[in-house]
Unconditional design. Sequence first.
Length: 443
Amino acid sequence: MVSAQGTLVRSPTLFRTADGRAYGFEGTLGASTRNWNGDVGGSCPLNCNHVFNYEQALARLFPDLGLSMRETEFSVQAPDGSLPHRVVLPLYLPQLHDVAIGGPERPALDGMLGAVLKTYRSVLDGAGDTWLREHWPALRRLMDHVTTTWDHVGDGVLRGDQPVTYDISLHGPNMFVGGLWLAALRAMRAMAELVEPAAASAYEDRFAVARDNYDKLLWNGEYYSQPVTGEAYDFGLGCLSDQLLGQWWAHQLGLGHILPPGRVRAALAAIVRYNLRTGFTEHGYRVFADGDETGLVVCSWPHGGRPVVPLRYSDEVWTGVEYQVAAHCLYEGLTDEALRIVRAIRERYDGTRRNPFNEIECGDHYVRAMAGWSLLDAYTGFRYDATTAHLQVTRRPDRYPFVAGTAWGTITIPPDGPATLEILGGTMPPNLTTEVTAPPSAT
């Protein structure tokens, strides 16, 4: 399954221009995903940052290509600090500033917050302090824009019209956006410590206030819901599968828990309990699971309260969301829940009715499906930090592949004692340190 992730990188969805920059559509149109914009060419242009929020395979397998996408993203930053969620090529053409972009119309807030996290991912992979210093002013402008536009009250909770990856805007406070905001604040603190130490404490202080207020406002005893606003597409009392996307990112970046660990695990268990469904009839917009198949729906309302106009795509099954929830379960020690989701995906894409090398959404070879690479790192606990030349793995004895920014190879984890690396390509720092930690516990 993880090996199939690399085929998405080689699919027609992604390409490089003559100057070496990497670009990607959301997917590739074909007979299996024919929709309003035809059945040939790319589906939904270009470098869509809210969809690429889920992608891990491209940036991990080819860190220089991930770096290229960050440079392109900041090169089209608007004067107000915002980032349009699509790029226009050639880059010298007018970019999508102060115009309707499409899916959603205004710059996607989740995509902007994800840009901060993806930048820190590149730093951890070895982009270097010089590269970070070059882009640090753009990061500061971006976070200032988010703060002034959405943190109206000054309590760290983002409110108002929040354009997101569901091709709509959310309105009330919600943990989908809030978690990405919390993780972005933590990432800004970590990057500030590298290039502007005097700014680090302000990001940590805002994080602490925001974390406490989000947790108090949204925790309903089982999971993080949303205040009922009456606005179209808000999910209100629903159980959103993506509610902990920011925590999934935080684990990958070594940022720790951004919410109380017990509540995170309880919310994950609720997502699997309520949203992993077997048996599908005609539903919603697009059908990615049918008959007696099993899949994780985007959102459900287990205790009632489904809005008249519910969250768009709520009844659909997106493999990218399934992968991130499954990987997050592994990070939290919920192994059984993770394997139930992964088995469901593999049974749907077993080569009989669907191609295991072509996971679809709005197009074939859909970018969001590259969240699947995170399963490997979540299971092995593999995390590399080039800024400290430190490598960490979890004590799950076996031999695994690894990719660590400037090198790749295999890592052998014994039942006890240190892990050993076999570097098959590239180099690692001579002062590299390794740490083997205990597997995560669900309690």
